[in-house]
Design a protein around this ligand. Structure first.
Ligand SMILES: [Zn+2]
Length: 284
């Protein structure tokens, strides 16, 4: 099984339509992150047209901290009420640069409200946090009351991740190409966390490997190998799952070598624009 705790289906297929085949042909499970109703409908239509993906794809929706819009709370409430999403996210806090920092108060307000909506609905949350770990600890009591908290593309330290768990939050931390790109904090956190707290993600098409124009689902195989290398364990020893997100539990790294062999013929259409440049520092 290969799983992606966080990627953007609509944007990914726009740059690389062949990724749809990867989803259909492999033992793949993924959480499609959406920030608009239109994106949610896109994923729903994709699943309807490709019934073999019903068990493979789940949808999350949240007001992204880089585009905080209070009006979208109604969309979230509607989607929760209609039982159309498996998780709330990505939501969170981002003051990576001055532009994002300007909306920080509104981000905070929407973050707290969305956490409450997730809590009431009994849904997991997917968090996007940059340069705001202190504010996360301010919400630790609410986080503890949530079913599951996924820190997408976690950029904090190993100590901070450990502290979140020690506070009793049912948290997982997902990692992607940052590991292949040599991000030291991410590597150190992967080394220190219990295996069951680690998930893989691509954030595709964002956060590509160095030199690639965009990230793709096949990157997950290399990411899994990298996690094994960092942790010094063979693939059969490392088990993780997206089960908390109501997907099937299965060994994450089962036969990643076979996976590679089986994927040898996969083709990638290279897009001209770099996804990294299109989006602030890649992370979405
Ligand atoms: Zn994202």
């Amino acid at each position: 099984m290969i799983s992606d705790a966080h990627f953007h289906l609509k944007q990914l297929l726009e740059v690389s339509p062949e990724q749809a085949d990867f989803i259909k042909e492999n033992n793949f499970y993924g959480m499609c992150s959406c920030r608009t109703l239109e994106e949610v409908e896109f994923v729903e239509n994709f699943i309807a047209k490709n019934p073999e993906t019903v068990q493979k794809l789940k949808i999350s929706f949240g007001i992204h901290p880089q585009a905080p819009d209070e009006k979208e709370l109604k969309t979230l409430e509607k989607l929760v009420f209609e039982n159309r999403i498996a998780a709330v996210g990505e939501i969170g806090l981002d003051r990576f640069n001055e532009e994002f920092a300007k909306t920080f108060d509104l981000q905070k307000k929407l973050f707290v409200i969305q956490l409450e909506i997730a809590k009431k609905a009994g849904l997991p949350v997917i968090l996007h946090i940059r340069k705001a770990i202190q504010e996360v600890f301010e919400q630790i009591q609410t986080l503890k009351e949530l079913k599951k908290v996924i820190f997408h593309s976690f950029s904090g330290t190993a100590e901070e991740a450990g502290s979140i768990l020690n506070h009793g939050v049912n948290a997982c931390f997902s990692f992607g190409n940052a590991l292949l790109n040599g991000h030291k904090k991410a590597i150190e956190t992967v080394r220190s966390l219990p295996a069951e707290r680690i998930l893989t993600e691509t954030d595709a098409p964002y956060q590509p490997k160095k030199g690639d124009p965009f990230s793709k689902l096949l990157d997950l195989v290399e990411i899994m190998d990298k996690i094994n290398e960092i942790r010094g364990c063979d693939s059969s020893a490392f088990v993780s799952s997206l089960e908390p997100l109501s997907l099937t539990a299965a060994p994450l790294l089962q036969g990643s070598q076979d996976m590679k062999a089986g994927l040898g013929g996969s083709t990638e259409k290279q897009s001209e624009g770099s996804m990294k440049n299109r989006h602030d520092e890649g992370k979405q």
